[in-house]
Design a protein around this ligand. Structure first.
Ligand code: SAM
Ligand code: DTB
Ligand code: SF4
Length: 320
């Protein structure tokens, strides 16, 4: 007998049509279901708070159609070299003081070169020593890089699937879906937490939004952290001018992620800068329980910290 198959499992594998059915529920029924699942697994009034810093900005060799940092597009982002360790630590200290519990370092790389990895390992160790959780997003990993990051003290690695396999080729040409899955496997095998989600509002269909959720929810171990980004449209990128996604459909996407990944933190990620407090409140009710906190994401804006403090107060939310 196959021992693995015999293990009791409480985890459901999701068919795409079942996830589409979730999207099609009357809104109140969907939200009720998402809230019920949320309350079974989390404090409904707690939200995890992460601050993001771009440690290497612009000039990326990849052609991701949404991204202002790609060298293939002209979005006016200046190409900068890797920040010094001291600058990163100063930013991490400030993030901690303003209430973040996790510090995420992002680099506009296809994949880290060995010589770039050394200073990043130092950054990770020093950020960790401040008492913050550490996260990094550096592109594809290979040749034991995940183990080195883990050994330096990296708690989470962010690497997104971005969209459904069927839509992926419309957006990215320089790396495959399988490349992304391979990196995620490296991260898992190294024993790190996985932060993996995607972007909606890129012109994908509802079926394809459901397809992305199915990919994430059906992983052998679903990601601990699931960022759901609403496309931030930047002039000069190929996706600039895409028809905006309806906000209720965005909330439905959050709810579908919550229901299908009951134990994951679902992060309301890029796009908050363009959302009203009411839309963000709906996202929290739909099961989002993590945000990026701080005035900047990587190159684009995010609500200022004071606005977020007021929003948390208004909603009775406390940082986790
Ligand atoms: N270069 C690395 C990589 O792509 O793997 C790490 C940094 S990359 C900027 C991290 C993620 O940011 C992307 O996978 C994508 O999901 C998200 N992102 C980039 N540009 C975005 C935009 N304009 N709107 C929403 N999300 C975006
Ligand atoms: C993720 O899923 N979203 C963040 C983080 N992971 C690295 C990035 C959002 C970037 C938005 C566009 C920008 O600021 O350049
Ligand atoms: Fe490069 Fe990452 Fe932007 Fe793609 S998303 S162009 S890999 S920085």
């Amino acid at each position: 007998m196959n021992k693995v198959a015999d293990l009791p499992t409480t985890r459901k594998s999701w068919r795409i049509d079942e996830i589409v059915e979730l999207f099609e529920l009357p809104f109140a029924d969907l939200i009720h279901r998402a809230q019920t699942v949320h309350r079974e697994h989390f404090d409904p009034n707690a939200v995890q708070v992460s601050t993001l810093l771009s440690i290497k900005t612009g000039g990326c060799s990849e052609d991701c159609g949404y991204c202002p940092q790609s060298a293939h597009h002209d979005a006016g982002v200046e190409n900068q070299k890797l920040l010094d360790v001291d600058e990163v630590i100063a930013a991490a200290r400030a993030a901690k003081e303003s209430g973040a519990s996790r510090f995420c370092m992002g680099a506009a790389w296809r994949s880290p070169k060995q010589r770039d990895l050394e200073p990043v390992l130092k950054m990770i160790a020093e950020v960790k020593a401040l008492g913050l959780e550490t996260c990094a997003t550096l592109g594809m990993l290979k040749d034991g890089q995940a183990n080195r990051l883990k050994d330096a003290g990296l708690d989470y690695y962010n690497h997104n699937l971005d969209t459904a396999p069927e839509f992926y080729g419309e957006v990215i040409g320089t790396r495959t879906y399988q490349d992304r899955l391979d990196t995620l496997e490296q991260v898992r095998d190294a024993g790190m937490n996985v932060c993996c989600g995607g972007i909606v509002g890129m012109g994908e269909s509802r079926l394809q939004r459901a397809g992305l959720i199915a990919q994430l929810a059906n992983m052998e171990t679903p990601p601990e952290s699931v960022p759901i980004n609403l496309l931030t449209q930047v002039e000069g990128t190929p996706l600039y001018g895409t028809e905006a996604l309806d906000e209720i459909e965005f909330v439905r996407t959050i709810a579908a992620a919550r229901i299908t990944m009951p134990e994951s933190h679902v992060r309301l990620s890029a796009g908050r800068g363009q959302m009203s407090d009411a839309t963000q409140a709906l996202c929290f009710i739909a099961g989002a329980n993590s945000i990026f906190y701080g005035e900047k994401l990587l190159t684009t804006g995010n609500p200022d910290t004071e606005a977020d403090r007021q929003l948390f107060d208004k909603l009775g939310i406390h940082p986790e």
